[in-house]
Design a protein around this ligand. Structure first.
Ligand code: B12
Ligand code: SF4
Length: 505
C-alpha cells in the first residue's frame, strides 16, 4: 500500500496504449494541460506506451495529487483505462477519476455509468478541466460546469453542454511536457502532432466528427501556423509534423499561404495532412509542388470505396471515383505521397462492391507507384450518421464501457461479416498489405529474413488479388513464421520523471 500524502495542486493524466507504434505526445492531454499550468497546477503525464510499470508509477503520482484524468478513444485504450481506474479507486476512493476525449464525448451516459468513473468531460476540455481541478481543490461538486457529467450518490448528472470554441481562441498546447526522446525510442522517428483547424464541412456516414466538433470548419491564420510549426520543429528537433486536422485543405488560399511562409522560413522538416480528394483536386500540380517544397510529403485521404454505390451510401457525394484517381495523379506528379484509407464491410457492400474496391486499389498502386492504401473493417461508432441503418441491420453495440475494448477496425466482426467471410477478408487485407509498399510513421526494423520472406510474397499476393483467390494462404503462414523468427527486441524505453512544472505557456 502506497502511503497517502496531503493532496498537492497536482493533476495526474494517463494516456493508455493505443495498439500502434506511432508513438508521440497525446495532443488532447497537452491541450488541457495549458490552462492548468497557467493557474499554477502541476501536471504529470503517464503514457503507458513509454512508461515501464506505468500502473505503479501512476498510482505513486496519485498519492499526493487531486485526481486521475484519462484521455481515450473507443477501442483497446479502454482496457488499461478501466484497469488503472479500478486500482486508483481501490487505493484512493476519495480521488475523482475523470475521463475525457472521444469515447466519453460520444457515449457519455455509458461511460459515466462505469463504477470506476466519477466524472466525464464531453467535447473540448481546456476550460472544463481547469474548472474541475478548482472545484476538487475547494472540496466542491462539479455542478454547473458546462460539458461535464458527474455523479451524486451514485446517480448520473449532466450539466449543460459547453459551446464549441474556435481554434483561434484556444491556448497553445503544452508541448514542453512531452518526452520526445522516449517517444522516439519507441517509434523510431521523432515527430509530433499539430492542429491548425477544427471540424470538417462534410458529414460522411461512418464519421463521428460532427457529434464532437460540429461542421463549422475554422482555422488558424497561415502566419500563426508557420510561426508555431517552425518553432515546434526547431525547439524539439522534430523530423516530422503530422497535422491532424480533419480536412486541412478546406481553405485553398490558407494552404498556399502556409506553404509560402514555410518556404520563406527555410526550416527543413516533413509534414503530412489529412484532406478529402475533391479538395486536393482544386490545386494545380504547380501549387502542389509549392506545398511539396515547403515539406508536405504525404496527404491522407478517405477513398473508402471503389464502388459508386457504396460511396453514395457513405454520404460521400462530394467524392466521385474519378476524383480519387485525379488526386493520386496530381500528388504523384508533385512528388507528394498519396495515401488512402479504405473501409470494407460498410452496410450495403457485397462481394461485387468489394471487388470494385480491390480493383481500384490495385489499379491506382500500379499506375501511381508510391500511392498507398490502408484498409479497415467498418466499425460502428455511436454518433455516426450510419448507426440508424446499422441497427436496422442487426448490429449490436456494447452497453458498458468495458464492452467497447474490442471495437477496433482491424478486427471488427459484423452481423453481415463474420466467420468464413470475415477470415477471407482478413486474408485479403493481409495480401493487400504485402502486395504494395506502405510507409508507416513508426519505423519498423525488418531483419534480412523478413525482408526476403516479405519480398517473395509480393508477387503471389498481387496474383491472388488480381484473381480474387484467397484460399490456402500459405504465403501468410510463411510471413508469420519469418516474423516470429525475427521478432526484434523491444526497445528500452523510459519516460523521464517530470519535475514540478513552473513553465507558463
Ligand atoms: C492523432 C489520431 C490518432 C493517432 C493517435 C496518436 C497519439 N499519439 O495520440 C493514431 C494514429 C494512433 C490513431 C489511431 C486510431 N484512431 Co485516431 N485519431 C487521431 C486524430 C486525427 C487526432 C486526435 C488528436 O490528438 N486531436 C487533437 C486534440 C487536441 O483534440 P482531442 O483529442 O479531441 O482533445 C480534446 C477533447 O477531446 C478533450 N479531451 C481529450 N482528452 C481529454 C482528457 C481529459 C481528462 C479531458 C478533461 C478532456 C480531454 O479536450 C481536448 C482539447 O479540447 C483524431 C481526429 C480528430 N479530429 O481529433 C482521430 C480519431 C480520434 N481516431 C479515431 C479512430 C477511429 C482511430 C483508430 C480506431 C483508427 C484505426 N483505423 O485503427 C485508431 C485507434 C487507436 C486506439 N487508440 O485504439 C476516431 C475516434 C472515434 C471514437 N469513437 O473514438 C477519430 C475521432 C477519427 C474519426 N473522425 O473517426 N488516431
Ligand atoms: S471528409 Fe473525413 S473528416 Fe470530413 S466527414 Fe468525411 S470522414 Fe469525417
Amino acid at each position: 500500500m502506497i502511503p497517502q500524502k496531503k493532496p498537492a495542486r497536482k493533476i495526474v493524466f494517463f494516456f493508455p496504449a493505443f495498439s500502434s507504434t506511432e508513438a508521440t505526445a497525446p495532443l488532447g492531454i497537452l491541450a488541457v494541460s495549458t490552462p492548468l499550468l497557467r493557474a499554477g497546477y502541476q501536471v504529470r503525464i503517464i503514457d503507458s506506451t513509454i512508461t515501464p510499470n506505468f500502473r505503479k508509477r501512476a498510482l505513486e503520482e496519485l498519492s499526493d495529487a487531486l485526481c486521475l484524468c484519462v484521455s481515450l478513444v473507443t477501442g483497446p485504450m479502454i482496457k488499461e483505462t478501466v484497469q488503472l481506474a479500478r486500482a486508483a479507486k481501490a487505493m484512493y476512493p476519495e480521488k475523482p477519476v475523470i475521463l475525457g476525449g472521444w469515447h466519453p464525448s460520444l457515449l457519455p451516459d455509458q461511460t459515466l455509468a462505469a463504477e470506476c468513473v466519477d466524472a466525464i468531460c464531453i467535447g473540448q476540455g481546456e476550460e472544463a478541466m481547469l474548472e474541475m481541478a478548482q472545484r476538487i481543490e475547494a472540496g466542491e461538486s462539479f455542478e454547473g460546469i458546462e460539458g461535464v457529467g458527474y455523479k451524486v450518490d451514485g446517480k448520473l448528472r449532466f450539466n449543460k453542454p459547453r459551446a464549441l470554441k474556435p481554434i483561434r481562441e484556444m491556448p497553445p498546447k503544452a508541448y514542453h511536457l512531452a518526452d520526445f526522446d522516449a517517444y522516439e525510442r519507441v517509434c523510431g522517428r521523432r515527430w509530433a502532432m499539430y492542429t491548425s483547424s477544427l471540424a470538417c464541412p462534410y458529414n460522411c456516414a461512418y464519421c463521428t466528427n460532427e457529434g464532437v466538433y460540429g461542421r463549422k470548419w475554422n482555422a488558424l491564420d497561415p502566419e500563426q501556423v508557420v510561426e508555431e510549426t517552425t518553432d515546434l520543429v526547431s525547439r524539439y528537433n522534430l523530423q516530422l509534423l503530422w497535422i491532424v486536422d480533419d480536412n486541412f485543405l478546406v481553405d485553398r488560399e490558407r494552404a498556399i499561404g502556409i506553404a509560402e511562409g514555410l518556404v520563406e522560413r527555410d526550416i527543413k522538416f516533413d509534414w503530412s495532412i489529412q484532406a478529402s480528394t475533391n479538395l486536393v483536386n482544386r490545386f494545380s500540380v504547380e501549387e502542389l509542388k509549392l506545398l511539396r517544397r515547403s515539406g508536405l510529403h504525404q496527404v491522407s485521404q478517405g477513398a473508402d470505396s471503389g464502388s459508386p454505390k457504396v460511396m453514395k451510401l457513405m454520404q460521400k457525394d462530394f467524392q466521385k471515383i474519378d476524383t480519387i484517381y485525379v488526386a493520386a495523379d496530381k500528388l504523384t506528379q508533385a512528388g507528394i505521397r498519396p495515401s488512402f484509407n479504405m473501409i470494407f464491410g460498410f452496410p450495403g457492400e457485397g462481394p461485387a462492391e468489394r471487388r470494385e474496391s480491390v480493383e481500384m486499389m490495385m489499379d491506382i498502386c500500379r499506375r501511381f507507384p508510391g500511392a498507398e492504401f490502408w484498409t479497415n473493417i467498418f466499425t460502428p461508432y455511436p454518433g455516426a450518421p450510419i448507426m440508424k441503418r446499422a441497427f436496422e441491420l442487426g448490429i449490436e453495440v456494447p452497453t458498458t464501457l468495458e464492452g467497447w475494448v474490442d471495437f477496433f477496425p482491424r478486427y471488427t466482426t459484423l452481423p453481415w461479416l463474420k466467420g468464413k467471410a470475415h477470415r477471407e477478408l482478413q486474408n485479403m487485407r493481409e495480401y493487400l498489405r504485402l502486395a504494395f509498399n506502405r510507409v508507416p510513421i513508426g519505423v519498423k526494423k525488418h531483419s534480412a529474413l523478413q525482408r526476403v520472406a516479405h519480398g517473395m510474397i509480393g508477387v503471389p499476393s498481387r496474383w491472388r488479388l488480381d484473381h480474387d483467390f484467397y484460399g490456402f494462404p500459405f504465403e501468410l503462414a510463411l510471413k508469420s513464421w519469418a516474423d516470429r523468427l525475427a521478432t526484434p527486441p523491444k526497445p528500452k524505453v523510459d519516460a523521464h520523471r517530470l519535475e514540478s512544472e513552473a513553465v507558463v505557456c
